[in-house]
Design a protein around this ligand. Sequence first.
Ligand SMILES: Nc1ncnc2c1ncn2[C@@H]1O[C@H](COP(=O)(O)OP(=O)(O)O)[C@@H](O)[C@H]1O
Ligand SMILES: [Mg+2]
Length: 243
Amino acid sequence: MAEPVDPAALESLQARYRELLARFESNRGEFSRLARSVLRIQEEERRRIARELHDGIGQNLTALKHQLALLEPHLDEAGRRRLAESVLLCAQTLEDTRQLSRLLRPQVLDDLGLEAALRWLARTLGEAGAPAIEIEIGALPTLDGETSTLVFRLAQEALTNVVRHADARQALLRLVHKAGTLQLTVWDDGRGCDPERVLASPGAGIGGMRERLRLYGGAFELHSRPGEGCRLRLALPLSTARD
Ligand SMILES: Nc1ncnc2c1ncn2[C@@H]1O[C@H](COP(=O)(O)OP(=O)(O)O)[C@@H](O)[C@H]1O
Ligand SMILES: [Mg+2]
């Protein structure tokens, strides 16, 4: 026969359980705070390197290009050909440097805000021969820098996936604000994928998106079937207190 339960022992066990649960919750909160601050520091570092590339190396390359051009009248035909090649190389390196700077942290995000940055992103990705990317943005509340950055990084990853994997003819990014939540939808009519397989072993892109959303209390959904395009729905509550 089972031993009668000692009420005092049960009470003490329950108290211990509550205490462990509280400690677990507090550790989880602490972990999320730390992870969010790592993201903030990473973004700050990207901003610094982007500015350094643009203002430092970028401006030196511009000056170098002008100085090279001044040599032209002093050279013979062969020298001029060489010079033209050097000026071209310099111009290409300048363009690569600017591109890298924009990828690291597009200045338009800091100067003109999220909406302008998303339109810039769609335009730049669309230029690479990818599908034309349509953008629909509803009325948004004023967003802090951290939220704008988060949404921008999510959109950047989602649209890069469309360009890289979907082989789509059309793509759409929609951002709306409903009932205190930002809803970001990225849709394409490309080859689609098997969400179960992708979510079972996601790459750094989708894994990173889910991780970021989890840290900010958001939700991630991927709907797709092979051959029928992909629809990514991300929701981000704006009310969650952050520190
Ligand atoms: N829009 C899409 N269309 C088709 N397949 C996609 C799309 N987005 C993601 N995938 C699939 O999901 C996989 C994981 O994506 P991701 O985590 O971003 O890693 P990566 O882009 O580095 O491969 C991709 O390799 C691809 O097979
Ligand atoms: Mg990816």
